[in-house]
Design a binder for this molecule. Sequence first.
Ligand SMILES: *[C@@H]1O[C@H](CO)[C@@H](O)[C@H](O)[C@H]1NC(C)=O
Ligand SMILES: *[C@@H]1O[C@H](CO)[C@@H](O)[C@H](O)[C@H]1NC(C)=O
Ligand SMILES: *[C@@H]1O[C@H](CO)[C@@H](O)[C@H](O)[C@H]1NC(C)=O
Ligand SMILES: *[C@@H]1O[C@H](CO)[C@@H](O)[C@H](O)[C@H]1NC(C)=O
Ligand SMILES: *[C@@H]1O[C@H](CO)[C@@H](O)[C@H](O)[C@H]1NC(C)=O
Ligand SMILES: *[C@@H]1O[C@H](CO)[C@@H](O)[C@H](O)[C@H]1NC(C)=O
Ligand SMILES: *[C@@H]1O[C@H](CO)[C@@H](O)[C@H](O)[C@H]1NC(C)=O
Ligand SMILES: CC(=O)N[C@H]1CO[C@H](CO)[C@@H](O)[C@@H]1O
Length: 629
Amino acid sequence: MDISWSVAVALLVVMVMVVSTGGANVSYDGRSLMIDGERKMLFSGSIHYPRSTPDMWPSLISKAKEGGIDVIETYVFWNLHEPQPGQYDFSGRRDIVAFIKQIQAQGLYACLRIGPYIEGEWTYGGFPFWLHDVPGVVFRSNNEPFKIENEYQNVEKAFGEDGPPYVSWAAEMAVGLQTGVPWCMCKQDDAPDPVINACNGLRCGETFTGPNSPNKPSIWTENWTSFCFIIHRLTRFSGWLHYQYHGGTNFGRTAAEYMITSYYDQAPLDEYDNLNLKAYKHYTIQAYVFSGDSGACAAFLVNMDNTKSVVVQFQNSSYELPRKSISILPDCKTVAFNTAKVSTQFNTRITIPAIKFDAAEKWEQFEEVIPQFDATTLRSDVLLEHMNTTKDVSDYLWYTSSIQQDSMEQQSTLSVKSLGHVLHAFVNGEHVGSLHGRFRNTAFTLEGAVSLNEGTNNISLLSATVGLPDSGSFLERRALGVESVIIQDSKEAKNITNLSWGYQVGLLGEKLQIYSLEESKSVNWSSLGSSQPLTWYKSVFDAPKGDDPVALNLGSMGKGEAWVNGQSIGRYWVSFRTLAGIPSQTWYHVPRSFLQPGDNLLVLFEEETGNPLDITVDTISVTKPSLRK
Ligand SMILES: *[C@@H]1O[C@H](CO)[C@@H](O)[C@H](O)[C@H]1NC(C)=O
Ligand SMILES: *[C@@H]1O[C@H](CO)[C@@H](O)[C@H](O)[C@H]1NC(C)=O
Ligand SMILES: *[C@@H]1O[C@H](CO)[C@@H](O)[C@H](O)[C@H]1NC(C)=O
Ligand SMILES: *[C@@H]1O[C@H](CO)[C@@H](O)[C@H](O)[C@H]1NC(C)=O
Ligand SMILES: *[C@@H]1O[C@H](CO)[C@@H](O)[C@H](O)[C@H]1NC(C)=O
Ligand SMILES: *[C@@H]1O[C@H](CO)[C@@H](O)[C@H](O)[C@H]1NC(C)=O
Ligand SMILES: *[C@@H]1O[C@H](CO)[C@@H](O)[C@H](O)[C@H]1NC(C)=O
Ligand SMILES: CC(=O)N[C@H]1CO[C@H](CO)[C@@H](O)[C@@H]1O
């Protein structure tokens, strides 16, 4: 899977509330969920509202509905809604109320995973960073300064005797809100009554030991990609969730550590709101029929034969299955969806370059200023932890110091140990080297040859995070950034870890917001020169004609962040190669709603030595479906 910059993936969840958007009465017994007294087998799919734009929501929801989904599931992203204590934001992509109303308008149900901890490959697992500085806080524990939750059981042991009382507290708190709809705890076998213990993960059909009380139904809250395996086991489940129905985009700095900007592009609806039939291609079994013990029934009829359609008898009716297609019968009677009606083949994405930036005159650049110790105001005699110093206002933290040399040393070695994620080292303004860690293996040691002057030598180390950690226990104790620094010259190894260090949080360009329409003139841009690390690039472009989705092809760039009209479309890291040697992500979604017809401001901050001349603005389409009966 290409979810993270470095391949591996962990998905976890927690407190879930089944919300009836129409004011219906949602209840349950040991056999199923019931809506207004009627037993329901519910199919749910995830669409996370901030991972797309409000103008995309109606179409995403309606396509999910067409695909047989009854319930749209989403996390609630605390750190988006309360960036500072008591300061709330429900605007734009954060407008969860408008999102839920759109679900209601299309006649579907909503399922909220309220967290507050969500993991979700989302920065800091959804926690606002200020929580880290609440005195005495221990996240996800029976800790008064904290008290909130999701998918707890897998970390509960780490908290010792503070685990179980915390689970009880979370259940009482949730039920006490009297929302009138049932609550679930994902991955919590001992969820206290009346909270339903739900199975969460890939293998629920095999591993779930069942509800912890005879009056609770079996609920499967997360299954991670295509339908295949699970279906023959589904007779045991009265509700299940397809994670992720639409992935979307981790705009801005919202991705968790080492997660790529594109999120679950392989979901049934891809990042660009196109049907992604590749998501179904792993079907290997021909027919899936399952009925709940509540009498509910659903079926998937699959014809994997690539050459001919077949007619099958199913429950006294006949169905024609076009070649290489899947029919979904949510009630075992009516075909709600057949993949062949959408496309005769597994569709392929087509990217067409619409705008090129291939002339030097189209660009201007601004070289980020490398700060020196003398100019810094924040000082410390120890190396500070990265996140605790930036408070997550930026990915970047400069560590600067200066050393005195008695004589010139042309063959010295600088050695910097970092706890993660990325480091660019400079001595006397010269680039010494860059290095990065990987998902679950964030630490590394950068070594580079330096030549030292007699007298003062300036050391400037730019440490960068790529998202904050989102999983596991004791998130508040994680440490990143520079840990120790050694300079080895011909005579000795000097451990300069304990020198006086000066700090600068963030980049000058970030501080001046030179990516924004208003502030882009606050620095003197110059014409395009030779490619240097830490360079800002600026251009303008017209929106491509038509209404196909738009993406930036950044294949010629290295690593950085990109903004269109002042809005961050996310971090890019094209130079990060997957194990197969291909860039983790080349195209970066620019939602149409970010664009105006002409004069769109494009600004990139490039950490490496990318070539902006080969950037293109592309339109995205899929091979056109040919409709069949
Ligand atoms: C909701 O439905 C359940 C099950 O049918 C029923 O027992 C309960 O009284 C209903 N509650 C309301 C408020 O109508
Ligand atoms: C199919 O037809 C048979 C015979 O008419 C009947 O007994 C059976 O209940 C029908 N099954 C369904 C699912 O309608
Ligand atoms: C964070 O910084 C403050 C002072 O700035 C310090 O008291 C605290 O121990 C630091 N916490 C961590 C986890 O590094
Ligand atoms: C080191 O930084 C100081 C203060 O900014 C500057 O005056 C000096 O020229 C720098 N030295 C070198 C060798 O770059
Ligand atoms: C350098 O000093 C720091 C701080 O005392 C220490 O943690 C680190 O291990 C030392 N490095 C070496 C190579 O001795
Ligand atoms: C750095 O300082 C710490 C205490 O602050 C001390 O334990 C350590 O030995 C020092 N390391 C060096 C290399 O001087
Ligand atoms: C830009 O350049 C002009 C002319 O050289 C100078 O007067 C001005 O101060 C510069 N502005 C900034 C922000 O550096
Ligand atoms: C919809 C979905 O994610 N299905 C997955 C469920 O789990 C099995 C493995 O147990 C996967 O193979 C499916 O892809």
